[in-house]
Design a protein around this ligand. Structure first.
Ligand SMILES: CC(C)(COP(=O)(O)OP(=O)(O)OC[C@H]1O[C@@H](n2cnc3c(N)ncnc32)[C@H](O)[C@@H]1OP(=O)(O)O)[C@@H](O)C(=O)NCCC(=O)NCCS
Length: 387
């Protein structure tokens, strides 16, 4: 595989938007193109992560985005991998540029769901579970992650207060992210007193339903040299990993770990030839607070059952040894499903370029992103380095 670089990155504000999905994807894509210093006609092909645009009566977002950019001849497919759609689009971009098929690609992600009421949105989302066994029986994603949380609490003694620590940290980080959905400083007490969504998970343990778009430009070394005349001080993809897991929870031996994330992490570290100690910060898939703790354990940053202590002791705070979700994470930055995995890369791009403002991690050089589809039926991990 050739080296693959992230030449530009763009993001919209996350939250409830009056824009359509198409407009959000185009806004983010134009920002990424400007940032990369290229013109749209340099883009040879693209992938657009999206899961639910059909709820807006618009499928086939890939070509829609390319047409909107004025490059309808450039092929683009929509990648649907539930909440890992954006990360999976990144993976396909890495494969296509790395293998030499293309030199310059647009990888975008978008979701627009605020036109749906909560029950309808929850129902749409449940179509990404193993619907016959889960969604159709009334098990929504909050319910499924609540079952995972219960298993973790039973096995390791994890407490609801320890879950709340994750929400407090991520809400704090989002305070200095102008693009975050939720700007609200909270305490453990606020979390504990918030409405129960699916016991033991409460309102502040959950990510919100967000609209938003994110995009990056991936390119080869040849393209990079031609366009910018440099190959240093550029963000490079050091490693990529992707894996699958069973759709339904009842088919798993262990509910306290997402095997797809374990496997994807191992592949990414192996390809990058790096270890956990090399990572300066991570953006992980905290769709519910329990998911951040499990991510840290699955990726090998903590031993099984010990991630809760890391949060409690400040290890994963912005000024800690391993900042996790400096952006505010899905919990507070927001979770526009198809955009989430690409948005994580935008955060990495901004952090590695030292322009993350009040949430800037101290001198980062290597960062990891972790994006999960459903309850771990798919997972994607990438490792980036400022070279
Ligand atoms: C938690 C949840 C049920 C709340 O939905 P809701 O009760 O309909 O909330 P509303 O949209 O009516 O918002 C009510 C208030 O709570 C806030 N809010 C909504 N979701 C929130 C969340 N997850 N965290 C914090 N605050 C939230 C809103 O900003 C609003 O605040 P305001 O009154 O100050 O404006 C919903 O966000 C949810 O289901 N989230 C999970 C989404 C999901 O499953 N994603 C897939 C993961 S795999």
């Amino acid at each position: 595989m050739r080296n693959v670089y992230v030449l530009g990155a763009g993001i919209t504000k996350y939250g409830k938007s009056t824009l359509t999905g198409r407009e959000l994807a185009l806004e983010a894509s134009r920002k990424a193109i400007d940032e990369a210093g290229i013109s749209a006609t340099d883009i040879e092909a693209g992938f657009v992560g999206n899961a639910f645009s059909i709820s807006e009566k618009q499928g086939h977002m890939g070509p829609i985005v390319m047409s909107g950019l004025g490059i309808p001849d450039a092929p683009a497919s929509t990648i649907e991998s539930a909440c890992a759609s954006g990360g999976s689009a990144m993976r396909e971009g890495w494969v296509n540029v790395g293998s030499g098929v293309y030199d310059c690609m647009l990888i975008a992600g978008v979701e627009k769901v605020s036109q749906l009421d909560t029950i309808t949105a929850t129902t749409f989302f449940s179509y990404a579970s193993d619907f016959i066994f889960e969604g159709a029986c009334g098990a929504s994603f909050p319910g499924l992650y609540a079952a995972i949380a219960r298993a973790h609490m039973t096995e390791f003694g994890t407490t609801q207060e320890q879950l709340a620590n994750v929400a407090v940290k991520n809400h704090e980080n989002a305070m200095s992210n102008p693009n975050a959905h939720l700007h609200k400083r909270i305490t453990v007490d606020d979390v504990m007193k918030s409405a129960v969504v699916a016991d033991p998970l409460k309102l502040f343990d959950s990510s919100p339903f967000s609209d938003g778009g994110a995009a990056v430009i991936l390119c080869s070394e040849d393209f990079l040299r031609k366009t910018s005349g440099k190959t240093s001080e550029t963000v490079m993809i050091r490693g990529s990993g992707r894996a699958g897991g069973t759709g339904a929870l009842h088919q798993r031996d262990d509910m306290t770990s997402l095997n797809a994330a374990v496997l994807a992490g191992r592949e990414a570290f192996k390809r990058a030839n790096l270890t956990q100690k090399d990572i300066d910060f991570a953006e992980v898939h905290d769709c519910f607070t329990i998911a951040e703790l499990i991510a840290e354990e699955d990726l090998g940053f903590a031993r099984k059952g010990e991630a809760a202590k890391l949060t409690q002791e400040g290890y994963t705070s912005l000024k800690g040894e391993l900042p996790v979700n400096p952006s505010g994470g899905l919990k507070a930055k927001g979770h526009p499903v198809g955009a989430t995995g690409v948005g994580q890369v935008v955060e990495v791009f901004d952090q590695l370029h030292h322009r993350a403002g009040g949430r800037q991690v101290e001198n980062p050089r290597i960062a990891l992103t972790h994006n999960v589809g459903a309850t771990g039926a798919s997972a994607v991990v990438h490792i980036f380095e400022m070279n």
